[in-house]
Design a protein around this ligand. Structure first.
Ligand code: GUN
Length: 299
């Protein structure tokens, strides 16, 4: 029985934000301003509210200015559009993030398209999607969860991922597709698997690197994992946990951690794996955006 290395995303994220706090002090000394991140939340989804609060707290911890706009669920679309336009035109704001999902009456694509690409710290705007696809890493802002996932894979495997087989399970715009682009840039041989993939367990068994991003609790079983593989579990699923008491819940990933950690070489836990990295990379993107807007090199 093999016991996988547990990849400590929380520690790696804390190291990134500690270093970023130092770089932020230099930025403030040079510009007289702190980088500023504006986050917009529409509605009262409790999970989204926690994410948004954590983004604000981390921003302040690294020395950024944080603006949080919390709007009721019935906010009209044109009111949200006006807020984004105001943020786009405000030189004091370097990064803009609209927490998803948005209520049904608001067109998510229309809102994402409206965010100025140079302030789009999620990397969701079509301009940034195109830049990533074209390999223009100088001007792109890269989606945070995919960028964090690659850093975690490298923490286990070293910086050279060249020639490795990477299997991504999930083809979302937010994770699956961009993480495929990033792993391709690292010279991996990339397969994007999804709900229609034939013989999914066999496909996953060919992977040196597995990125699980399907949003289905514990779907990926231990016997799908090649011995020694690196497993990056992007899933965050809240499930019932009767063993903890009546009405209790817990978070699990898309991978059956108990099984997979017996086989894998390295694996991220949930929570404490990819989640903290997403927030750390959001701070990195905000810093990158602020440096570009001030014409500074990203030291
Ligand atoms: N909702 C869940 N994940 C994300 C994310 O990475 N960015 C935004 N804006 N909303 C999300």
């Amino acid at each position: 029985m093999n016991d996988a290395q547990i990849i400590d995303g929380k520690a790696i994220a804390a190291d990134l934000t500690d270093k970023l706090a130092v770089r932020t002090k230099v930025f403030v000394a040079k510009t007289g301003n702190a980088p500023c991140l504006a986050v917009v939340l529409v509605g009262d989804d409790p999970a989204s509210a926690v994410y948004v609060r954590n983004k604000g707290k981390t921003a302040e911890k690294v020395g950024f200015k944080s603006i949080q706009k919390i709007l009721p669920a019935d906010t009209p679309e044109d009111k949200l559009i006006k807020i984004i336009n105001d943020f786009n035109n405000d030189d004091g704001i370097n990064g803009i993030l609209v927490q998803l999902p948005l209520p049904d009456h608001i067109d998510e694509g229309k809102i994402i398209d409206l965010i100025a690409p140079e302030k789009d710290v999620d990397g969701f705007h079509p301009i940034n999607v195109g830049r990533l696809g074209a390999g223009d890493f100088v001007n792109a802002l890269i989606p945070c969860t995919p960028a964090g996932s690659v850093i975690l894979a490298k923490s286990a495997l070293g910086d050279n991922l060249s020639g490795m087989n990477a299997v991504i399970i999930g083809r979302s715009n937010i994770v699956g597709k961009p993480v495929a682009q990033l792993l391709l840039k690292e010279n991996c041989t990339v397969t994007i698997a999804h709900s229609r993939t034939k013989d999914l367990p066999d496909v996953v068994r060919s992977a040196d690197i597995v990125v699980a991003a399907v949003g289905r609790p514990e779907m990926i079983k231990g016997d799908w994992i090649k011995s020694g593989a690196t497993v990056i579990d992007v899933g965050i699923n809240r499930v019932d946990a009767p063993e903890k008491g009546d009405g209790k819940t817990k978070l699990v990933g898309d991978v059956n951690f108990g099984e997979a950690s017996q086989v894998a070489g390295a694996i991220t836990p949930v929570p404490g794996g990819v989640g903290p990295m997403t927030i750390a990379l959001l701070m990195e993107n905000t810093f990158t955006a602020a440096c570009r807007q001030h014409g500074l090199s990203i030291a």
